[in-house]
Design a protein around this ligand. Structure first.
Ligand code: GDP
Length: 447
């Protein structure tokens, strides 16, 4: 994730300020130095870093902290506001009929992003279609088609045609029933006249409502020139940053966005069609600063819950908070978690846990957890309905049978039951908690 480093280093410095009510020049310098280091490492433009640090230093020393706020919160707020300002607003993406054109160099992530965006729109209740006009890169047609299938959205392309503009025109006709058309274009290895001319012609043919530039998160300073060239040619309304999961950088993309006065629309965080997030400046920065992003998290949880419920209509998560917690409930929890994406990403968004927890957990521990979830899933498949509903009925001989049936060890089965009992105990505590307690806890977490 971009500026990954910033979150943890900044948090520890800010924590040093916790007890203080006044902030010294040295304190501010230390915070600013850390921000500079992280931003520069993440490839953010030097000039931009200097402007940002000046603004933070000035405000932290000049502005009086409002009564009742600690030095830590005062500085945190300023850093947060300045960073939100740096990344800018989110590109407007209305949920209505529209055509979106994707531009970018080859390999930036256009084809993947096209399918992801289509998936995203379909989850919002619209009917999207992907139009693949890339005749330049071998395999683009097959890849686009396959990803569109995975996203369960309409797709148009023509592997035998070689005129992208004609494909674009035909595609617009063929997808007339769709609400949102996402037009994928060919990239090149570098900015070339051929590329710019082609995208201008496609834009003229499909008359897009918005043009998004897809940038590889690891691109570095080259992003600026790309953004400028595409902006001159067709006008760039927003940027989709792909492959954020694979890099600690991303600063080049941020710089490009800042310098061309464009904004960020989407973030790509993995290779599957679901690994897309709408860019939300405040949530994005909250996450960087380890404050968690409640909004994103609740969205994902809700979506996962909806899907789980759709699958098995008689299961209501509310029951879990009232009645007995069974292994069936646990399986639903695990499935919901699985749909939310990698556990590490989900945990990263939990307020309070935030980056802090992630720093403490080695990567192996996270992988283990996911692998363990998969083992549990297999074990539960070997249980009877009755055992799932009444886990306490599972004694030693049943454990043996279940282990044999699922090709696992008795120890695995025992571990599953232990995990179950742990979750049950935790839930009991939640059940004892009133709404007022919950609200207080939420407020605390939001800071
Ligand atoms: P295009 O040439 O611009 O259409 O780029 P592609 O969509 O083919 O992407 C290039 C490579 O990057 C492919 O191997 C994708 O699987 C991969 N990719 C794209 N987006 C992401 C992302 O968000 N995360 C990861 N890990 N890989 C991505």
């Amino acid at each position: 994730m971009v500026l990954d480093d910033l979150g943890s280093s900044l948090r520890s410095t800010l924590d040093d300020l916790r007890g203080k009510s006044r902030i010294s020049e040295e304190d501010v310098d230390e915070v600013v130095t850390q921000i500079q280091r992280s931003l520069l490492q993440a490839d953010v433009d030097t000039g931009l870093v200097m402007d940002l640090s000046d603004a933070i230093r000035e405000r932290a020393l000049d502005e009086e902290p409002p009564a009742g706020t600690t030095a830590r919160d005062h500085v945190l707020r300023i850093v947060y506001e300045e960073l939100v300002d740096l990344v800018g607003e989110s590109t407007e993406v209305p949920l209505e009929e529209q055509t979106i054109l994707l531009a970018g160099l080859q390999g930036s992530g256009k084809t993947t992003t096209a399918a992801k965006m289509a998936w995203w729109f379909s989850k919002k209740g619209l009917r999207p279609a992907v139009i693949q006009t890339d005749t330049f890169r071998p395999g683009a047609y097959d890849q686009g088609k396959e990803m569109a299938e995975r996203a369960e959205v309409d797709f148009y392309g023509d592997p035998d045609a070689d005129d992208p503009v004609q494909i674009a025109r035909d595609g617009m006709e063929a997808t007339a029933e769709a609400d949102v058309r996402i037009v994928d274009t060919a990239g090149r290895h570098a900015l070339e006249e051929g590329l710019i001319g082609e995208i201008e012609a496609i834009a003229a043919a499909v008359e897009p409502d918005r043009n998004l530039l897809v940038l590889d998160a690891a691109i570095g300073q080259g992003a600026k020139e790309q953004a400028q060239r595409f902006d001159e040619a067709i006008g760039i309304d927003g940027v989709a940053i792909a492959k954020l999961d694979g890099t600690a950088k991303g600063g080049g993309a941020l710089t490009a966005v800042n310098e061309t006065d464009s904004t960020i629309a989407f973030l790509g965080t993995g290779e599957t069609v679901k690994d897309i997030e709408r860019f939300e400046p405040s949530g994005f920065i909250s996450r960087l600063l380890g404050m968690g992003d409640l909004k994103q998290l609740t969205e994902r949880v809700e979506r996962a819950m909806e899907e789980t419920e759709a699958e098995e209509e008689d299961w209501d998560p509310e029951d879990m908070l009232e009645g007995d917690f069974t292994l069936k409930d646990m399986r639903h929890q695990m499935q919901a978690l699985d749909r939310m994406g990698p556990l590490s990403q989900v945990l990263d968004m939990v307020p309070g846990l935030g980056g802090g927890m992630m720093d403490q957990l080695p990567d192996e521990a996270m992988d283990m957890t996911q692998e363990r979830m998969r083992t549990f899933e297999v074990i539960m498949d070997s249980m009877t309905e009755d055992e799932l509903e009444n886990p306490r009925s599972i004694g030693a001989s049943r454990m043996k049978r279940i282990a044999a049936g699922s090709g696992t060890d008795v120890d695995d089965v025992r571990e599953l039951l232990e995990q179950y009992r742990m979750m049950e105990r935790a839930l009991k505590q939640f059940q004892g908690m009133g709404d007022a307690d919950m609200e207080r806890m939420m407020k605390q977490m939001q800071g």
